[in-house]
Write a new protein. Structure first.
Length: 215
């Protein structure tokens, strides 16, 4: 006699997650099969997870419980009153809140925040302090098409930040052309002006700190 298949019921709730429906199972290389369900969290986010994880209480939310615990832990250190906490919150809103007025220029373009910072304001704070942040400086992505991550961020004045805005998107073909021009000893300033990017972007491309896989 085979194992009894537990029926999945719509609207069954586990922690903060309410089942919407069962979806395609997950097949492991070893041959095991895991039943999967689509759920909606109390926070409004939909997530697909293992049915077993729900039933045994391993999964209780879309991840918002962990986020809240991290934020609570960090606010104990007083960061909720710090300028960098506001910077972090605004950075997340631009990338993930579709209602934010600047979402179209960030999240809608595929700009994301690295896992290291996304749910850990303390980690972001430590990076900022160790990389020269002080009152009056703003976070700036060196490659305007890149994500918010340690290798692509710095803290600059608002004036420098505005200089890094451009309409021309750096792409693999442009990166190759930039590297060719650099080998031809064409000045960084001329290259930056041609492609309407910041000179720091040219330097980082040259050092293979960004677009490292493009040759």
């Amino acid at each position: 006699m085979g194992a009894i298949r537990i029926k999945v019921k719509k609207d069954d709730k586990y922690g903060r997650l309410t089942i919407i429906k069962e979806v395609e199972p997950h097949y492991y290389p070893c041959g095991a099969i895991a039943r999967m369900v689509l759920c909606i969290c109390d926070c409004g986010k939909k997530v697909t997870t293992h049915l077993l994880s729900l039933r045994i209480g391993r999964t209780k939310s879309c991840g918002c419980i962990r986020t809240e615990k991290l934020i609570k832990s960090n606010t104990i250190h007083g960061l909720h009153k710090h300028t960098l906490y506001v910077t972090w919150k605004n950075m997340k809103a631009r990338c993930y809140n579709k209602s934010h007025k600047k979402y179209k220029d960030y999240g809608n373009r595929g700009i994301t925040i690295c896992d290291e910072w996304l749910n850990n304001v303390k980690c972001f704070y430590n990076f900022a302090i160790s990389h020269g942040w002080e009152e009056g400086l703003t976070i700036d992505r060196i490659d305007n098409d890149g994500n918010y991550e340690p290798s692509n961020c710095r803290f600059v004045t608002c004036q420098v930040n505005s200089q890094n805005k451009r309409t021309t998107k750096v792409n693999p073909d442009i990166v190759r052309e930039i590297r060719t021009m650099l080998t031809e000893k064409i000045s960084v300033i001329k290259i930056a002006k041609k492609f309407d990017v910041h000179t720091d972007t040219i330097y980082r491309i040259n050092r293979h700190e960004i677009w490292a896989n493009i040759v």
